[in-house]
Design a protein around this ligand. Structure first.
Ligand code: HEM
Length: 357
């Protein structure tokens, strides 16, 4: 019970940090800020002794709890158990998702987008970009227009990285998307650890490798064929737009794609197939709206139903959710794996471990 209360309190604290940054741009506070001067006076020796004992006790407690593992290393007996507990990592990510105050009540969709954008820079011809390296932490990639808003997701995951210092950001950003899809009711996504982190922005790929929502099917093919995907995989991946919404201050577009933006489903395809989509009359960029005017489609979403080679897949996924789940899991797993160096003969990505109880 106490564990649950503490966990909930911890989750609230890290979410609150992200939410407060969203509401009010936080003034940066530096670790080098001057510390308050000690006040002298009687009883100083005793205070010093008590202070030392307190600090010693605190450090011992923190060490026992594994809070200092990043500094001193875990005690030998714990080391192996602590080191590779991906079930515990998955649990820590899952615990962060639900947030009544944020968007539609979940950080899940933006974690899926983080996983996708950190992987979607891949170029098959040069084997550059992709999720390995987690280069989106650095400028210039963090500032690319397509990545606007993703700092929210990166900040949200910081406490998970702090809790599991052995985990790489590149593994964390991809596993975040996997856990989010699964927690929101989607399929199990094969995922494998082993990505490493670059330590500067020198390795960032060039801008312009992610899709531009205002363009057409030719552009979609240029972008996704470059990563090594085919038409069917392009349509399957696009089904992630069942989740989340557009934000005027990030992409310039507004509204969600579906009525259930925190549930992974094939609703994106049924809506594409069944709704009458018309151009939204407003001063913003061209987007389409349904008859209720609450939902949206981007020009690139509409391209999937207008293009005669894409359309059959839209129709298939609209009528067969199971097929969509299966194809999405395969394509999303491939996306997260693109460009990750693997030794020859290494086992392929497999279903990720179940979260710790
Ligand atoms: C096909 C080309 C794609 C284009 C042009 C595109 C474009 C966009 C745009 C403009 C947004 C709104 C961002 C904002 O304002 O916050 C968005 C959100 C989103 N995209 Fe895509 N996207 C594409 C493919 C994908 C793929 C392949 C995935 C994942 C497999 C994905 C997952 C998402 C998710 C989950 C959101 C919602 C994020 C949130 O709620 O904060 N998208 N996308």
């Amino acid at each position: 019970m106490l564990v649950h209360l503490l966990r909930a309190a911890g989750r609230r604290a890290s979410q609150a940090a992200v939410l407060s940054r969203l509401a009010v741009p936080a003034a940066r506070s530096f670790a080098t800020d001057a510390a308050p001067k000690p006040s002298g006076g009687g009883g100083r020796g005793l205070a010093l002794l008590l202070g030392t004992l307190g600090l010693g006790g605190g450090l011992y407690y923190a060490h026992q709890q594994g809070m200092l593992d990043g500094v001193f290393g875990a005690p030998p007996a714990q080391k192996e158990a602590v080191k590779r507990d991906y079930g515990a990592v998955r649990k820590a990510i899952a615990d962060l998702l639900e947030a009544d105050e944020y968007d539609d009540g979940s950080f899940g969709p933006i974690l899926v987008r983080l996983a996708w954008h950190s992987s979607g820079s891949y170029d098959k011809a040069t084997n550059s970009g992709g999720s390995n390296g987690a280069t989106m932490r650095f400028s210039p990639e963090s500032d690319y227009e397509a990545n606007a808003g993703l700092k929210v997701a990166r900040d949200l995951l910081e406490p998970v990285k702090a809790k599991f210092p052995w985990l790489t950001y590149a593994d964390l950003y991809t596993l975040g998307g996997v856990v989010a899809v699964e927690e929101m009711g989607g399929p199990t996504i094969p995922w494998k650890e082993g990505r490493s982190d670059m330590d500067s922005g020198n390795a960032c790929g060039p801008d312009g490798r992610l899709p531009d929502a205002s363009l057409d099917q030719k552009h979609l093919r240029d972008i996704f064929y470059r990563m090594g995907f085919n038409d069917q995989e392009i349509v399957a991946l696009s089904g992630a737009h069942a989740l989340g919404r557009c934000h005027a201050d990030r992409s310039g577009y507004v509204n969600p794609w579906t009525f259930a933006p925190t549930t992974f489903s094939n609703q994106y395809f049924t809506l594409l197939r069944d709704e009458k989509w018309s151009k939204k009359k407003w001063k913003g960029p061209l987007q389409y709206e349904d008859s209720s005017k609450q939902l949206m489609m981007l020009p690139t979403d509409m391209a999937l139903i207008w293009d005669k080679k894409f359309k059959p897949y839209v129709m298939e996924y609209a009528s067969d959710e199971e097929k969509f789940f299966k194809d999405f899991a395969a394509a999303f797993s491939k996306l997260l794996e693109n460009g990750v160096p693997r030794t020859q003969g290494e086992a392929p990505a497999a279903a990720s471990p179940a979260p710790a109880a």
